[in-house]
Structure formats: structure tokens, C-alpha cells
Design a protein. Structure first.
Length: 136
């Protein structure tokens, strides 16, 4: 069954509609399933995997790789900080009139919500975890 003005072939995602526009859903699907450019298999991209291997070999390794933060001691503070962060989402998007005043207000509200307690707890856990590591 065909509806006038719509492509009814199996390659609709790739071709788009007859009016030359691509469906938003089709664009989204193509964006999800398209491989990242760095991982495309292009015959002209000689040495890609050598560059990937070199990047991995030269990458800095985080000193806390393997650490897992236990949220339980500061669950309430995390919830409050998340609420404040959502409230100030427009600051992160650059959509506020007075950036300096809004940033100062945001920092103040984060401190009221308990961000310093979260940071201190994270540091305490990292220090305790570090003591369990074998000497290097």
C-alpha cells in the first residue's frame, strides 16, 4: 500500500522523502548506526590502527583507575546537588543574563546542597583505597 508523497522502498532511511527532506527519525537512526569517522574503514586512511595503538600506548592512566565511589554515605547530598544542577542548566548552556552573578549564586547553592561534603567523602574513600594498593 502506498501513500502519495512518501517513499515506500526499503532504502527510505538513506534516501529520505520524495520532497527531498529527510525524516527526523531517519536522521536519528543514521546517526546512531553510522560508525565514528575515526573508525571508518577508508582505503585512503592508511595507518589508522597504528595511530590508535600509539594513542593507547601513550595515554595517561588515571591514578584512581579501578576506584569505585560508594555513594551511600552522601546519597542525600548527591540528590540535592543534582537538583541544584538541574535548576541551573541554563548557566551551562550560556543562556543567562548575568553569568557572573548566576555562577556565584550556583556555587553558593551547591555548597548549601552539600557538594563540599561529597568531595570530602570522595577524597576520604580515595585515600583509604590508595592505602590498599600494592607499593610500586
Amino acid at each position: 500500500m502506498s501513500v502519495e508523497g512518501q517513499v515506500q522502498s526499503s532504502d527510505r532511511l538513506a534516501r529520505g522523502r520524495d520532497d527531498g527532506q529527510r525524516d527526523l527519525a531517519a536522521q536519528h537512526l543514521l546517526a546512531i548506526w553510522r560508525p565514528p569517522p575515526a573508525l571508518s574503514h577508508r582505503p585512503t586512511d592508511v595507518g589508522l590502527w597504528d595511530r590508535v595503538d600509539k594513542g593507547i600506548a601513550e595515554a595517561d592512566i588515571s591514578p584512581i583507575m579501578g576506584f569505585t565511589f560508594d555513594r551511600k554515605p552522601v546519597e542525600n547530598e548527591i540528590a540535592q546537588v543534582n537538583t541544584v544542577a538541574k535548576e541551573y542548566g541554563n548557566l551551562n548552556r550560556g543562556m543567562v543574563e548575568d553569568t557572573d552573578a548566576t555562577l556565584a549564586e550556583y556555587k553558593s547553592k551547591l555548597q548549601e546542597a552539600g557538594i563540599d561534603k561529597i568531595i570530602a567523602e570522595a577524597q576520604r574513600q580515595i585515600d583509604a583505597w590508595t592505602k590498599t594498593l600494592p607499593a610500586q
